[in-house]
Write a protein that binds this ligand. Structure first.
Ligand code: AMP
Length: 423
């Protein structure tokens, strides 16, 4: 039998209802905050990701699904959404009427990481991007939106971590200080970090190898090297988070390796997922739109890991599974065709209806109705047709009433929820 590709997964009925609920909750929150949906392609030219995520990152170095198309140009299954949203903003000049644009997008991403719990090769993200606003308040708005989403989804055990990455003015000084520190700690760093320390020293700060983590505990903090403007930006973020009652931790190790990423950076972490503690991440990328050939536009955004969010939500999957309102148990050919007509009419009325299309016994149909969690069963057989009325059984109270055969749909429609009465 052909099996799933490793690191890929099916989201089956029984679980998918929870995903739908999460998506619905996110969509309604985005709407309240004035975001518009944007849908971007699954594939882009490889160069877009190489340039925006950076050649010297794990994603671009070793995790992208990249292959030549039939004409030989390299294309990549998107590993994240920001690059594509920026490309779209620039390509369609979405800034021309108003540079301020707020977008969200929800969909699958692809990274060839080592699969484990909470880490997949096809995973889903809920992304938000705000273009054209340099105020620190929109960074806070994004964090507030995420925290609100988590609380609406009964996610507990999450912590907001924040840091600032400075800007091209102040970061070089910090990089130089950090490089000196790393040179003095070379003996304790992993081989990747020894390579990174010259090419991209900031990345050493978030290495997950225990020895590197230990060495980095004593590393200098970028917050001590911020220029006055970046410092002010970070102060406003902290004050506004306090004002919105969003607790946060300052995490000097929270970094991104690219120059486009500026100032505020944040991550939402959980203790509920073992090693994969990051549920969401984001921050400013004031330099990216320009670097991709667009106008100089400040921007900020986040990506929530949908799979991880679904795993830690306190909501119960069973609460979202919709059971049939009515199960039609028909006995005999004539009853079956009547039941089929009623079923179609009831479905069109928005009344969830199920039936058996075969010639099963009443007992086995009742069993199936029970298994499906049907709230009522309508029983129709030759006797009922002869007598001109069908039986409607409430599966909870076991109460049964008779409904005139020529008024089944109207009667059920009028009485659903209450106990339908014999007329
Ligand atoms: P990133 O784009 O790397 O900042 O990731 C944003 C969020 O996406 C993370 O906080 C995770 O929740 C989620 N994520 C990233 N990679 C994976 C993966 N391989 N499997 C599942 N979720 C992931």
């Amino acid at each position: 039998m052909i099996q799933l590709i490793r690191g890929f997964k099916d989201i089956l009925p029984g679980e998918v209802e929870l995903w739908q609920y999460i998506e619905k909750t996110a969509r309604s929150l985005f709407e309240d905050f004035g975001f518009k949906e944007i849908r971007i392609p699954i594939m882009e030219r490889t160069e877009l990701f190489a340039r925006s995520i950076g050649e010297d990152t794990d994603i671009v170095e070793k995790e992208m699904y990249t292959f030549p198309d039939r004409k030989g140009s390299l294309i990549t299954l998107r590993p994240e959404a920001t690059a594509s949203v920026c490309r779209s903003y620039i390509q369609h000049k979405l800034y021309s009427k108003d540079p301020v644009q707020k977008y969200f997008t929800i969909g699958p991403m692809f990274r060839r990481e080592r699969p484990q719990k909470g880490r997949y090769r096809q995973f889903y993200q809920i992304n938000a991007e705000i273009f054209g606003v340099d105020s620190p308040l929109v960074d806070v708005e994004l964090i507030f939106l995420m925290v609100t989403l988590f609380s609406r989804l009964s996610v507990s055990d999450v912590e907001t971590h924040i840091n600032s990455l400075g800007c091209p003015e102040c970061r070089p000084t910090f990089k130089a200080v950090l490089s000196d520190f790393l040179t003095s700690s070379t003996g304790t760093l992993c081989s990747d970090c020894i390579r990174r320390k010259d090419r991209n020293p900031l990345r050493v700060l978030d290495c997950k190898v225990p020895a590197c983590r230990e060495a980095m505990a004593h590393a200098p903090s970028i917050l001590d090297y911020l220029c006055p403007a970046c410092s002010q930006h970070f102060e406003t973020v902290k004050t506004a988070l306090d004002a919105m009652n969003v607790p946060f931790t300052i995490d000097k190790r929270l970094v991104r390796g690219l120059d486009y990423y500026t100032r505020t950076t944040f991550e939402i972490q959980t203790g509920s997922l073992g090693a994969q503690s990051a549920v969401a991440g984001g921050g400013r990328y004031d330099g990216l739109v320009k670097a991709l050939g667009g106008p100089d536009t400040p921007a900020t955004g986040f990506a929530i890991g949908f799979d991880r969010l679904a795993e830690i939500t306190g909501l119960n999957c069973n609460d979202f599974i919709k059971t049939p309102d009515i199960y039609l148990a028909a006995l005999g050919e004539k009853s079956l065709s009547l039941a089929f007509e009623w079923r179609s009419a009831l479905c069109l009325e928005g009344i969830k209806t199920e039936m058996d299309f075969g010639d099963k016994s009443l007992k086995s149909q009742m069993k199936r109705a029970d298994r499906l969690g049907a709230k009522h069963v309508l029983i129709v057989g030759d006797n009922e047709i002869k007598q001109g009325s069908v039986i409607l059984r409430n599966m909870t109270t076991k109460e049964q009433v008779l409904i005139p055969i020529e008024r089944v749909v109207e009667n059920i429609k009028a009485n659903l929820g209450a106990s339908p009465q014999l007329e």
